[in-house]
Each structure stands twice: as structure tokens, then as C-alpha cells.
Design a protein around this ligand. Structure first.
Ligand SMILES: O=P(O)(O)OC[C@H]1O[C@H](OP(=O)(O)OP(=O)(O)O)[C@H](O)[C@@H]1O
Length: 179
């Protein structure tokens, strides 16, 4: 298990008006967590036969799935394209299925990979499409945890996760230069 670094800088689109926390995930941290997830899947899923393939939930699950695919030797990587967060405030709407994971059938032998379960709405939707698949993600908030079979790191419900593809290093003035 690993702990994300918490920071106090706010993203442009804050999820909550009242003092939310932010967890900044670096590329290194994400890579380590994806490898940890892959090791867990290798250990747990091999008891029920080899992993037939992965299903990445696009877009957040794409990079985690690529890392897990490399570690587990999985060559078949399907996607399910679904969007539920929209607008300036990052508010959640109805899940919008843009592409079904047809190559995964009913999900038997497949592992669904996502970056995060938050409310669990997206995972629930994908589980309905792939009832026999195993579900795995890197980070899980309490409301979403019942929807995932495996996760690496728990995240508080009020914490907004900043993934490496959402952020960029920037200059910060030294404390001595601030008035
Ligand atoms: O548990 P939930 O409350 O449903 O939230 C989790 C989902 O939200 C994010 O995707 P998002 O809808 O932001 O799409 P994106 O990955 O394409 O940015 C994330 O990648 C998960 O798929």
C-alpha cells in the first residue's frame, strides 16, 4: 500500500466548495501502484486460470491498464468508453456509454482496470456490461469500494485526486520572495 502526497494547491475545477483536500499522484507513484495492482492480480487471478485479457475504462484506466498489461503479459486489451463527469465543476451526470467492450463477451476471464472508483457509478455500469469480469483499480473512495474487487490505495471521499495527466510542474516562488 502507498500513500499519495496531499497538497493544498487547488485545480482550476474544484470539486467541492468547502475546503476539499487534494491528493497529487506523480507518474512514479502511479507506476508503482499499477505494478502493485498487477502483482495482486497475478497472485489472485491465477488461481482461477490465466487472465484472458484486460478491459480499460477510458480514459482514466488506459495508462494503468497499459502498465498492468505489460506486467501480466496480457496482449488482449479491450476498452469500454464511458463518461460521467462533465462541466466546469466536474459534476457527475448520467453515465454515457460511447463504446461497449464487445471483445470481452460477458467478462469471463477478463479484468476491468480503472484509475479510480469514486461514487462507484461508472464501475457499476461497467459491471452490468461485464458481469463475470474481475474489477480492479488503483485508488478507491469509500462509496466506490463495494464496486471493486481489488484496489491499491484508499482515498478519503472528500479528497480530489489529481492524476499526473491532469497536472504540470510549475515554478513556485520561494517563501522569502513572498510578501
Ligand atoms: O466512481 P465514479 O464516481 O463513477 O468515478 C470514477 C470515474 O470517473 C473518472 O472518469 P471520468 O468520468 O472523469 O472520465 P475520464 O476518465 O474520461 O476523464 C475515473 O476515470 C473513473 O472512471
Amino acid at each position: 500500500m502507498s500513500s499519495p502526497n496531499t497538497v493544498s494547491s487547488a485545480p482550476a475545477h474544484a470539486p467541492e466548495a468547502s475546503a476539499p483536500d487534494y491528493a497529487t499522484i506523480t507518474w512514479d507513484q502511479l507506476h508503482r501502484d499499477a505494478r502493485t495492482l498487477a502483482a495482486t492480480l497475478m497472485r489472485e487471478c491465477s488461481q482461477n486460470g490465466a487472465i484472458k485479457g484486460l478491459v480499460a475504462i477510458s480514459r482514466g484506466g488506459l495508462i494503468p491498464a497499459a502498465i498492468v498489461a505489460r506486467e501480466t503479459g496480457s496482449r488482449l486489451v479491450e476498452t469500454v468508453c464511458i463518461a460521467s463527469y462533465e462541466g466546469e465543476e466536474g459534476t457527475q451526470g448520467e453515465p454515457n456509454l460511447l463504446k461497449a467492450p464487445v471483445a470481452a463477451g460477458d467478462g469471463e476471464g477478463f479484468v476491468v482496470i480503472d484509475d479510480l472508483v469514486d461514487s462507484g457509478v461508472t464501475a457499476k455500469e461497467v459491471r452490468a456490461l461485464l458481469p463475470k469480469a474481475v474489477f480492479a483499480c488503483l485508488y478507491a473512495k469509500p462509496k466506490g469500494q463495494p464496486q471493486t474487487d481489488y484496489y491499491v490505495t484508499p482515498i478519503a471521499q472528500k479528497t480530489w485526486v489529481l492524476f499526473p495527466w491532469d497536472t504540470a510542474p510549475m515554478f513556485v516562488a520561494p517563501l522569502a520572495h513572498k510578501s
